[in-house]
Design a protein around this ligand. Structure first.
Ligand code: FAD
Length: 431
């Protein structure tokens, strides 16, 4: 029997279904001006912008508001640069567009920081930077070059930390130095989601959950959304279902690759140990092929440690031992530490590693943050709402990227477990 809770640690402070007064599905209207599918950061940010512009807005969620990634994530915030980096983007789009895409990533982070301040949202925000450890000695120079390129293209602030100085950043000998991204930080994802929900309701929008959309059809300018036995017509529809996009809306299902990301939270640790592990309260990542992310809890008492899960299904019996092993490799000091919470969620990868927003067959959409969506979903959720309002401020650098699928991909990433295990093996052998 597992001796940890299989639910997000964040729900101790902000459980989705206890934190909001979402209406009952019986209250579904016959018609609404704007209907948003998905009540995560994307759908809620869009709803807030639309409702504050005077639109009548209904948000529906299949589960509960912020039940998906938005109350499950690691809470690490940063610019989330495109995986291809400056050189990859340059070969794909040319220098000017590549730089513009990367600069907009910084805009996502700036937007989120400003929004939290302007809205006076108290969600454990710590702008203490992120240390990214270098896993192979020869990797240090390439991380330094990559950081310099990004900094000159975007104004990002960074500092290289040689191995001899790394104990000032992290209580670990696992890395061969690293880089600190000084603009980054971390927050409490559940409290941020709850604050968004509250503001959306205050702005006059309605949230109805649980209410699963089972299809959207277009007849001329008329959009009909099916929710159970009920049909709701809407002037505009926005789909913001990200890694939870199901077969009920095949266009999105066939374009998003759902990848499971999992997290464990440790028991409370002695204050001395926490300040040894993270002397500057930084978030952490590393330069391995497989994503690992970790950070102190907002109250500075626990380690929150996340990475990819190898199974498509939610299998804490398998990912908890994997994550514990990885955590102990970095922090042997935690070998006897108990795990109190373990949970997972599905992030949305796309075939070109970029988020996508636009209109398909009369239906607006925004999704595909490739595992880094706290800032991006907030920013692009607002942008897509501005586009729906016809506001030129809604323009983004991603508007002209076409949202591609691949032949034979039906929305089930059967290839992922093998792909992830292969990458994990390469990491283990330092290749
Ligand atoms: C374990 C984990 C760790 C992560 N860590 C980080 C991190 O540290 N930093 C970072 O930047 N990002 C992180 N992310 C990613 C980030 O959380 C997401 O990119 C972001 O929350 C996406 O928000 P969203 O609103 O687009 O999607 P979601 O929050 O997933 O919301 C989608 C919603 O759509 C609903 N839905 C789906 N289908 C239907 C339907 N048919 N009808 C009605 N509703 C439907 C779902 O119930 C869900 O609530 C992490 C994600 C996970 C899972």
């Amino acid at each position: 029997m597992a001796n940890y809770l299989t639910r997000p640690y964040w729900w101790d402070a902000a459980e989705p279904h206890l934190s909001v007064a979402a209406s009952s599905p019986d209250n579904l209207p016959k018609h609404v001006e704007t209907l948003i599918v998905g009540a995560g950061y994307s759908g809620l940010s869009a709803a807030l912008t639309l409702a504050r512009s005077g639109r009548e807005v209904l948000v529906v969620d299949a589960e509960m508001p912020a039940y998906g990634c938005s109350s499950r994530n690691g809470g690490l915030i940063g610019p989330s640069f495109h995986k291809l980096g400056l050189s990859g983007l340059k070969s794909a789009f040319g220098q000017e567009k590549a730089t513009a895409i990367l600069r907009e990533s910084m805009d996502c982070l700036k937007y989120l920081k400003n929004f939290l301040v302007e809205e006076k949202i108290d969600c454990g925000l710590h702008l203490t930077g992120r240390f990214r450890g270098v896993v192979k000695p020869e990797g240090y120079e390439s991380v330094a070059r990559e950081s310099e390129d990004l900094a000159s293209a975007t104004g990002m602030q960074f500092e290289m930390i040689p191995r001899a100085a790394q104990h000032a950043e992290i209580g670990s000998d696992h890395y061969h130095g690293g880089v600190v991204y000084l603009d980054d930080g971390h927050l409490h994802p559940g409290l941020y989601a709850r604050a968004l929900v509250e503001r959306v309701l205050v702005a006059g929008a309605q949230i109805i959950a649980p209410a699963r959309v089972t299809g959207v059809t277009r007849n001329g300018a008329k959009l009909t959304v099916r929710i159970g036995e009920t049909e709701v017509t809407a002037g505009q529809v926005l789909v913001a279902t990200n890694g939870y996009s199901g077969p009920e809306m095949p266009f999105f299902h066939h374009r998003v690759i759902p990848i499971r990301s999992a997290i464990i939270a440790t028991e409370q640790l002695p204050a001395g140990l926490m300040s040894e592990l993270s002397p500057k309260n930084r978030g952490f990542g590393e330069s391995s092929r497989l994503v690992l992310y970790y950070r102190p809890s907002p109250d500075g008492t626990r380690m929150i440690f996340g990475g990819r899960a190898f199974d498509l299904a939610d299998r804490p019996d398998r990912y908890v031992p994997d994550l514990r092993r990885m955590m102990h490799r970095i922090f042997p000091q935690l070998s006897d530490t108990q795990v109190t919470h373990a949970w997972s969620g599905t992030v949305a990868y796309t075939f070109d590693h970029a988020p996508h927003l636009g209109v398909h067959d009369g239906v607006h959409y925004v999704m595909g943050y490739c595992g880094s969506g706290v800032g991006r979903a907030s920013y692009f959720g607002r942008k897509v709402a501005l586009q729906m309002l016809g506001d030129p401020e809604g323009r983004t650098e991603l508007d002209d990227l076409s949202f591609e699928s691949k032949p034979f991909y039906n929305g089930t990433p059967w290839f992922l477990p093998a792909f992830l295990r292969w990458n994990s093996m390469m990491d283990r052998f330092g290749l």
